[in-house]
Design a protein around this ligand. Structure first.
Ligand code: CP
Ligand code: NVA
Length: 309
């Protein structure tokens, strides 16, 4: 798309609704090309640095494979193995890497690290998950929903559980795409108030709604999609026990799902704690599309890279 080359991809918040929709449509198209065996290598000779400060299965593999399929090469840079882990500043790292690479992805804790890297770099930076957001996942999720439901506008997504990075990106995406969004979390674990405020502003423009409620059944009422994520995200492992207590009424199970539409879809970014935030029956049941969702990380991120790099 015109206007996307050279841009960072730090959050869906920075992208217009038509730009998000363009990336989703491109992801669908790149998926078709790959499945039909068509070679498409717009990034031939280009390189992507992949900085990881946290574990990853999907993000790491899908970016590295995606870059390869687009004709380029991805370099896995564990934070502990590069000098950043010994205190070299993000700014110096950004400037140095910009002399070698054509793009950088970063998975980190504080979102300000992502912003600082983008500020210091002269090449596009992609947010591969921060404590605040996970836009690559949300983009793949809306592609997955579009493929299963044939539309986005007017659907209802219900998110149950922790008010974390995942709910923020899903909520911002929904509000920009005209999707109704409801989330239910226990007290003290609600989504960030600033993110909710932003989403409500976008929702007003797209004609959708953002409801933040306490009761999981209320959120799920009439939903097309039920989405959940782990109760203790990366970096919060020490709180596992107290979170299990706080979230005990927030499991997505067959009983809760009765309140959704009969053709609801179950989604989870993965990895899952089976039997905690979701029952085995739901995650392995006929409504679950978790592996289509995981697959689409590849296609959605290829779309982002092809568009901005
Ligand atoms: N959903 C997701 O980002 O998975 P990984 O942590 O395995 O990358
Ligand atoms: N909320 C989870 C998402 C993992 C993909 C985490 O941050 O650990």
């Amino acid at each position: 798309a015109q206007g996307l080359k050279g841009r960072d991809f730090l959050g869906l918040v920075d992208y217009q609704p038509d730009e998000i929709r363009y990336l989703i449509d491109l992801a669908v198209e790149l998926k078709r090309k790959q499945k039909s065996g068509e070679v498409y290598q717009p990034l031939k000779g280009k390189t992507l640095g992949m900085i990881f400060e946290k574990s990853s299965t999907r993000t790491r593999v899908s970016f590295e494979v995606g870059m390869f399929q687009l004709g380029g090469h991805g370099l896995f840079l564990s934070k502990n193995d590069i000098q950043m882990g010994r205190g070299e500043t993000i700014r110096d790292t950004a400037q140095t890497l910009s002399r070698y690479l054509d793009g950088i992805i970063i998975r980190t804790f504080g979102h300000r690290n992502v912003v600082e890297l983008a500020r210091g770099a002269t090449i596009p930076v992609i947010n591969a998950l921060s404590d605040q957001s996970h836009p690559c996942q949300a983009l793949a999720d809306y592609q997955t929903i579009l493929e299963h439901k044939g539309k986005l506008e007017g659907l209802k997504v219900a998110y149950i559980g922790d008010g974390n990075n995942m709910v923020h990106s899903l909520m911002i995406g929904a509000s920009k795409l005209g999707i109704h969004f409801a989330s239910a979390s226990p007290e003290g674990y609600e989504p960030d108030a600033n993110q909710v405020k932003l989403a409500r502003e976008f929702a007003e423009q797209s004609g959708s709604r953002v409801d933040i409620v306490r009761d999981a059944r209320e959120a799920v009422e009439g939903a097309d999609i039920i989405y959940t994520d782990v109760w203790a995200s990366m970096g919060f492992e020490a709180e596992q026990k107290e979170r299990e207590r706080a979230f005990k009424n927030y499991q997505v199970n067959e009983e809760l799902a009765k309140h959704a539409k009969s053709d609801y879809l179950f989604m989870h970014c993965l990895p899952a704690h089976r039997g905690e935030e979701v029952s085995e029956g739901v995650i392995d049941g006929p409504h679950s599309i978790i592996f289509d969702e995981a697959e689409n990380r590849l296609h959605a991120q290829k779309a982002v890279m092809a568009a901005i790099m």
